[in-house]
Design a protein around this ligand. Structure first.
Ligand code: SF4
Length: 364
């Protein structure tokens, strides 16, 4: 049997593993034994899993594997932020970023190779979409990152804010987040695992029913006309529906509020009127706002608002009672800041051709 047809056990959360073991005539408690070996004892050699029967070990050796993605490149910024380029096969690469702070260490995890949603200010969007990451490839980012950091730094928080729209890879992302929070793996609290979405409303409702994590919404505009342009998925799920889903989620979510991400684009969404519209929009939503400095990239067509404009924007929100922070920019010198995760993706969407044609047409 070749390696490629073996079952990768990193692809299962506890429930999935229990089903797997029942399927081969074993008891469900094998799932917790295996999770402990892999994630807590750092053992991937089945022969060393001494509390499994000899026959089970032989079966696993024959039919299963435990394979995490591989780190290809590591870059450490002057502020300690670390970016890893991770190989996902067939030349596809994604990026995970670790942000150390005094009292916590946050890992920013990717959920897809590329992204199909075409937000106009996002560098990942420029690559088009290739494919969803598997559970093993998502939990594997945490697995390899924690191994690389060793005992000197613990990952205490995970944000699903890397490449891709997590809620369009729903089942795999939910299974991976369940794994992160499992007491037999990393035991992260549900307040410390955050899923970020551009506003896939039906999936937000579904998430509410199956997984209890914190939520961040990429908002970036306070009216439909502008948001239709910046975050095109808004044309399908406009602000009224999005705010309804946010209110529902906040009722049950672990933080009882939603974090709204708002990237500051000069002359686009940073006026006093924009701030007032934002206050009105979030009137009945338990909200915390994160203002993000835009990190320009080639041909983005946008510039970041000035520091004064961002401060003025923040003050207006703050005075209205909205908890507002300006996100610290981290890892600038290695392009690890928000919206700069590029990786290396084979664009199967033909979006780049469309863009090329569009720009040629514009020139003509
Ligand atoms: S901002 Fe997020 S959802 Fe929008 S294109 Fe970029 S990765 Fe996709």
């Amino acid at each position: 049997m070749t390696e490629s047809v073996k079952t990768n056990l990193l692809d299962f959360d506890r429930k999935g593993l229990a089903t797997f073991f029942v399927g081969i005539g074993e008891k469900t408690f094998r799932a917790t034994q295996l999770l402990k070996w892999i994630y807590q004892e750092d053992v991937t050699d089945f022969d060393q899993m001494t509390n499994l029967s000899k026959s089970l070990r032989a079966y696993l050796k024959e039919n299963c594997t435990i394979v995490a993605p591989e780190i290809l490149i590591e870059q450490i910024a002057s502020d300690g932020t670390t970016k890893w380029v991770v190989e996902m096969g067939l030349g596809n690469r994604i990026e995970s970023v670790f942000i150390p702070e005094e009292k916590r260490g946050t890992l920013c995890v990717s959920s897809q190779i590329g992204c199909a949603l075409a937000c106009t200010f996002c560098s990942t969007a420029k690559q088009g979409f290739n494919r969803n990451l598997s559970v093993a490839e998502i939990i594997g980012q945490l697995y390899v990152a924690q191994k690389r950091l060793g005992d000197k730094q613990r990952i205490t928080n995970v944000v699903m804010m890397g490449m891709g729209e997590p809620l369009l890879n729903f089942n795999n992302v939910v299974a991976a987040m369940n794994l992160m929070m499992d007491d037999f793996t990393y035991g992260l609290s549900k307040r410390r695992v955050t899923v970020s979405t551009s506003g896939i409303v039906p999936a937000m409702h579904r998430l509410n029913e199956v997984c209890d994590v914190s939520m961040a919404v990429s908002l970036h505009a306070a009216n439909d006309e502008l948001r239709d342009e910046l975050v095109p998925i808004n044309q399908k799920y406009p602000l009224k529906e999005l705010m309804g889903a946010c209110r529902e989620y906040a009722k049950q979510g672990p933080r009882k509020h939603i974090t709204f991400e708002y990237v500051m684009l000069e002359g686009v969404n940073d006026s006093v009127q924009d701030a007032m519209a934002l206050i009105k929009l979030l009137k009945n939503v338990p909200a915390k706002i994160n203002l993000i400095r835009f990190n320009p990239f080639q041909n983005s067509g946008y510039r970041c608002s000035s520091i004064d404009t961002i401060s003025r924007f923040k003050d207006i929100l703050h005075k209205s009672g909205l908890v507002t922070t300006i996100r610290k920019t981290r890892g600038d010198d290695i392009d690890a800041a928000c919206g700069q995760l590029v990786g290396k993706v084979k664009d199967k969407s033909r979006r780049h051709l469309k863009l090329q044609n569009m720009s040629t047409a514009n020139v003509a």
